[in-house]
Design a protein around this ligand. Structure first.
Ligand code: IMP
Length: 182
């Protein structure tokens, strides 16, 4: 029998869903998955991009949904690739990012989670600061092999507790506090 969920994560990215599911499980929220490519506007604001994605997801599925828009912001590159992280990963990838960097390697990951149902549209933000590694380490998805969060020596790809430190964890924790008291 198919299980029915109260809340769905809409994304084309299965990795993001797996992480979001495991994080929300730890807060007692059961998260379903609807795989879909959502409308992505061009903007410097992750929140503006996330709101349009969430509205698109809700208009497609007519169920309570959450979506995420996120990115990697590199200090010495004035926040590049930021909102363009997905495109930059597909084009120059981790190797290209490593080639762009010299000494200064500070960076942060940012996640915006937006919830939408027929009455509410609400966004939550989480950040994880750290630095870009000298070489790729570990077998993670996206920029995980080149991002070392603060206070540890391993990349996200090498850590087994990424879901306790990540930008996604922090945004979903804020979301959970709100959702469970809604
Ligand atoms: P978007 O949120 O779908 O626009 O994609 C943001 C892009 O940033 C992803 O496609 C990944 O390349 C990258 N990204 C965001 N969060 C993570 C993460 O936790 N690990 C690795 N890469 C990430």
């Amino acid at each position: 029998m198919r299980k029915s969920f109260d809340l769905f994560f809409v994304s084309s990215n299965n990795h993001k869903y797996q992480e979001a599911k495991s994080i929300l499980d730890s807060f007692g929220i059961d998260l379903g998955f609807l795989k879909s490519n959502l409308e992505e506007i061009q903007s410097d604001s992750l929140r503006d991009i996330a709101v349009v994605k969430a509205q698109d997801a809700f208009s497609k599925f007519k169920r309570p949904i959450v979506i995420e828009d996120g990115g990697l912001f590199i200090n010495s590159l004035d926040g590049f690739p930021g909102p363009y992280s997905s495109y930059v990963f597909k084009t120059i990838g981790n190797k290209g990012i490593l080639n762009l960097l010299k000494k200064s390697r500070g960076a942060k990951f940012v996640s915006v989670i937006t919830f939408c149902d027929d009455a509410t549209l609400q966004s939550f933000e989480g950040k994880s600061s750290g630095k870009i590694s000298e070489i790729q380490k570990g077998k993670g998805w996206g920029y995980d092999p080149i991002f070392i969060p603060d206070n540890v020596t391993k990349t996200f790809a090498e850590l087994n507790n990424k879901n306790k430190l990540s930008h996604r964890y922090k945004a979903l924790k804020e979301f959970s506090k709100w959702y469970l008291h809604k």
